[in-house]
Design a protein. Structure first.
Length: 201
């Protein structure tokens, strides 16, 4: 997800009609529309790595992996969001390929940047927590090889699992063992850090 800039106020139905004709993506939260800005190369590579790993591991199961241009409809918050990657195993999300949004994912992934980290950890996470089927929220750094996995436990509390590059994420109920290092395949962190640095005077 990238930094959002507020635009005109719309109803959800008007937003969907309007955004379908726009060249850029926009998120919608309770009447407010936000433009999405472009991402750095490292962001794109990490999101692609996550999509490829999950697509391979979940092949042949009822689960589907979505990224980039697929919306998540958070009905309880009257919001349409664009996660970087998400996974749904719900038959309700596969009723028609004509649908414009997923409603019942169990995993959402966001790749962080300096501009979006506070939003992804704060307000956007609060919106995602209103999705009843969501049990895993993965936040991935793009400037260094680390990530934070939030898992909703049996009591409904979200537990943080900080992850380093040598760790393995395990989701036994989905049969997933995911080496964190694979998220960062082909990412040059020196180059990413240089690109994020302010220009010299």
């Amino acid at each position: 997800m990238n930094a959002a800039q507020p635009r005109a106020r719309l109803t959800a139905a008007a937003y969907l009609d309007w955004e379908a004709a726009q060249p850029e993506r926009h998120e919608f939260v309770d009447g407010e529309v936000y433009a999405m800005t472009g991402a750095r190369l490292a962001h794109n590579v990490i999101a692609g790595n996550a999509f490829a790993f999950l697509r391979d591991r979940l092949r042949g199961t009822p689960c589907r992996v979505y990224m980039a241009d697929v919306k998540l409809h958070v009905e309880a918050a009257d919001a349409y969001l664009y996660p970087d990657v998400m996974v749904s195993c719900e038959a309700r999300d596969r009723t028609s390929d004509r649908e414009v949004a997923i409603r019942w994912p169990w995993l959402v992934i966001e790749v962080l940047s300096e501009a979006t980290a506070a939003y992804d950890r704060g307000r956007k996470f609060a919106l995602y927590r209103q999705v009843p089927t969501l049990t895993h929220y993965l936040l991935v750094e793009q400037s260094r090889p680390s990530a934070d996995l939030y898992v909703r436990n049996a009591e409904g509390l979200w537990v943080l699992h900080p992850l380093a590059v040598g760790d393995v994420m395990r989701v036994p109920e989905r049969g997933i063992e995911w080496p964190v290092a694979t998220l960062f395949d082909d990412v040059d962190f020196d180059t990413a850090a240089d690109a994020a640095a302010p220009p010299l005077a």
